[in-house]
Design a protein around this ligand. Sequence first.
Ligand code: ZN
Ligand code: ZN
Length: 358
Amino acid sequence: MTNLPKKMKAVVAYKAEDFRVEEVDRPVAGKEEVIIKISACGICGSDLKAYHGSDMYWGGDDPWMKAPVIPGHEFFGTVVELGEGAAEKHQVEIGDRVTTDQINPCGECRFCQRGQYWMCEVHNIYGFQKDVADGAWAEYMKISNTSKIYKIPEAISFEEASLIEPMACAVHTVQRAEIEFEDVVVLAGAGTLGLSMTQLIKLKTPKKLIVLDINNKRLELAKKHGADLVINPTEEDAIKRVKELTDGYGCDVYIEATGSPSGVKQGLEMIRKLGTFVEFSVFGKETTTDWSVIGDRKELDIRGSHLGPYTYPVVIDLLERKLLSAEGYIAAKYKIDDFEKALNKAHNKDSIKVLLKP
Ligand SMILES: [Zn+2]
Ligand SMILES: [Zn+2]
């Protein structure tokens, strides 16, 4: 039905530090499946961790990475092939610009059955599990029959569209924080996720938004995107400063998006009693801290946040209304052949987001 090529170029991950550019079979749409031509795919911190080989990704009997797999979960593209019944199922046509959740839900476990698809027990994430969830560091990608597909309106730019996935995660995290007008909110970490959270927290209009990061370039961007105050904890005593600003009580809400154990300890110290602590990060190593702070001393509300359930439409709407911005995010775009250069660029903390553009 289409004149699409039988082969395509893709990055294939075999093991840590062994990712190769290869000619592979182009995915073909089965029943209710959709093939998209990739427009762009971001490089996430988790991709870097996978590439550099943390134990979490490649260790043990049941490693998270099921290789050989095509990485890439922050993508958008154009519909180029529809399997039988796919147009009706997903309400899309050839030529539509679309994206989907990073998770490919099984549709059958108790979480999927209850609409809690982002916690799917099987938990296939595009870009991490071969065959069932190949990702988008490729020319084409297959979207499954259980995925939700979201159309991207024309008013949304290329750069903005490439940030929908991380922004969707940021919306969920900010929703978990249940921010009130009188809250002093501290957000730790001003990467792609943190900057997006900065914009979203601002939309919630708290009394004060303080953003922490150890990189001053990122802090400058956080200011542009709505932070009332920025602090670099390597230059200033952040805990003391937050306490001073809150009559000694501490912040009402602390959102942890640094990925570093020190971001957790710092938060537990600077948050007030009965405060809300939201954990977003994925860590490369374990965090050790005194848990009595959570119960005995502060009676904290500790909440996790994972992926972006039901938040893709929120991001698309906010982008369309120009309430979210991609300004300053995209550091560079690379071809698939240059993925190693792209990974190096993404490793530099001055780069917020690096894109692969087939
Ligand atoms: Zn990601
Ligand atoms: Zn499931």
